[in-house]
Design a protein around this ligand. Structure first.
Ligand code: HPA
Length: 243
């Protein structure tokens, strides 16, 4: 069984260099995951891939069944997850095209099914989330970046917004005041659910655009797609070095 899973985000609905071995449909107590799990070989190692927004990129961030996705990966024996995500850049180092490995997150999402500890509880559980990402997996990603000569920013605070609309300029100012250097729509509850199931989780954030009000004029899908394309090919090098 593969122990490493990659959850692909926008612009990353398939892992090109993955030699596909089989696809596995997993039904979960929380409903259906975004897609069948794709088992394959990557750089000679077993990995499993799951496109967060579905195979045809049809599931928006607030409709992703995060609980089913993480549960399905745990169920098949995965121990570590790298969540790849397109984000907007707020901090000056987070220019479009940059890859960042965030070390903190602030949750601004609402109305999402965000916990497994809800019904049929034998006791109330509060997970520790002081450090939301697995430091050991983050360090492995940083080492992979070093060995593959992929330039990355080794930290960042991910502000997880509800979407699917992008933010206002003033919302971005507020996020910055509160410490966020990146903004995306899928970081939560994915990160916390992985912790609830005791999985090592790290995020590989690909900056697709300057966040609202930080670039010249409105954010266009063309700009987002261009930078995601550049960033994702570097993410593939990073993952190749990681496995
Ligand atoms: N905001 C939120 N999510 C995003 C952005 C953004 O600017 N770019 C890519 N995902």
């Amino acid at each position: 069984m593969p122990t490493l899973a990659i959850i692909g985000g926008s612009g990353f609905t398939k892992l090109e260099a993955l030699e596909i071995v089989r696809r596995e449909v997993v039904h979960t107590p929380y409903g259906e995951p975004s897609a069948p799990l794709t088992h394959g070989m990557f750089g000679g190692k077993k990995v499993v891939f799951l496109p967060r927004h579905g195979t045809a990129h049809t599931i928006p961030p607030h409709k992703v069944n995060y609980r089913a996705n993480i549960w399905a990966l745990k169920h098949i024996g995965v121990k570590r997850i790298v969540g790849v995500a397109a984000v907007g850049g707020i901090g000056p180092e987070m220019a479009p095209g940059v890859i960042a490995i965030p070390n903190q997150i602030i949750d601004y999402t609402y109305g999402r099914d965000h916990t497994y500890f809800e019904n049929d509880l034998s006791h109330v559980t509060h997970i520790d989330f002081t450090e939301p990402y697995s430091e050991s997996l983050r360090q492995r990603l940083l080492a992979a970046a070093e060995s593959s000569n992929v330039t990355i920013v080794s930290h960042g605070v991910y502000g997880a917004t509800q979407g699917p609309r992008l933010e206002t300029a003033m919302e971005i100012n507020r996020l910055e005041r509160e410490g966020c250097s990146l903004v995306g729509m899928t970081g939560m509850p994915e990160t916390a659910l992985a912790r609830e199931l005791d999985l090592d989780y790290a995020c590989c954030a690909v900056v697709a655009n300057w966040a609202a009000g930080r670039g010249d004029g409105p954010i266009t899908m063309m700009e987002i797609e261009k930078h995601i394309g550049i960033g994702m090919s570097r993410v593939v090098c990073l993952i190749a070095a990681l496995v």
